[in-house]
Design a protein around this ligand. Structure first.
Ligand code: SF4
Length: 257
């Protein structure tokens, strides 16, 4: 009886995982999965070659996003090409540059911030101002460098006056980050600040409650921590970030040892 119960529980968990996976695919524009393997291959090739506003389809195994680095069928180059000179939301009108993201396209650690500020908008790169310099020091403190990780934002154009992005802007832009995550297949995501953490985890929980532990983002380990810009104004919070970064370092080392 106990065995039957645990089998039923396993089955329920599989169904829940599958439901989450399908909902995620729908969010990024995948409308169906061919059941015939030959057809599946041809659809995959067509999807990769078709870089347009309808989205790049990803047809791959159901084993999760944090596993197997090889075999990702979507590339950062294709996603950038698809994004083009994006005017999908009103933020396009005030930007100088789209800040797509930089770093190692096979990174195990992905760092996600909110959106570009003034310096990032000018340079077209994420985290290049004072907060960016602090982020570099934080990354170095766990024996990594910026070239080893990938850094991106929830939205890719600077909101006027650095205001928080609005729901319609997130809705237009987040699918591209989602695709970047699919291309990179990181094993750990660090969400910087309340906005990034709440957007990725779909929660209103405060950053003080979210930080300090790993969450699951489509089976990828995600840890929220305070944003470097917040740390510049509140240096007393650096110790919490250090705790979070040590958790990341421990997890990172366990992946590479
Ligand atoms: S914020 Fe994103 S969706 Fe909006 S214009 Fe920029 S790239 Fe496009």
């Amino acid at each position: 009886m106990t065995g039957q119960k645990s089998l039923l529980q396993d089955f329920r968990e599989i169904v829940l995982d599958l439901r989450e996976y399908l909902s995620y695919q729908k969010d990024i524009g995948v409308e169906g999965f061919p059941t015939n393997p030959e057809k599946r291959d041809s659809v995959t090739k067509r999807s990769i070659l078709s870089i347009d506003n309808s989205g790049v389809g990803v047809y791959e195994d159901l084993s999760g996003y944090g596993e197997a680095k090889a075999g990702s069928l979507i590339t950062l180059e294709a996603i950038r090409k698809e994004l083009g000179d994006c005017k999908r939301c009103k933020l396009h009108s005030g930007r100088r540059n789209i800040v797509f993201g930089t770093g190692n396209k096979n990174a195990r650690l992905l760092i996600v911030g909110e959106g570009p500020g003034r310096d990032e908008d000018i340079k077209g790169e994420p985290f290049v101002g004072k907060a960016g310099q602090l982020l570099t020091r934080i990354i170095n403190a766990i024996n990594l460098n910026r070239e080893e990780v990938y850094i991106a934002n929830i939205i890719k154009c600077r909101p006027p006056g650095n205001r928080n992005p609005e729901p319609d802007e997130i809705k237009a832009c987040e699918p591209f980050l989602t695709k970047q995550i699919q291309a990179i297949r990181p094993e750990i995501i660090c969400a910087l600040g309340a906005f990034a953490a709440q957007t990725l985890l779909k929660t209103d929980e405060k950053i003080s409650k979210l930080r300090g532990r790993f969450h699951s983002y489509h089976r990828i380990k995600l840890i929220p921590t305070y944003h470097p810009a917040f740390l510049l104004r509140n240096p007393n919070f650096k110790r919490f970030v250090w705790e979070d970064m040590q958790m990341i370092q421990k997890e990172y080392l366990s992946l590479t040892s």
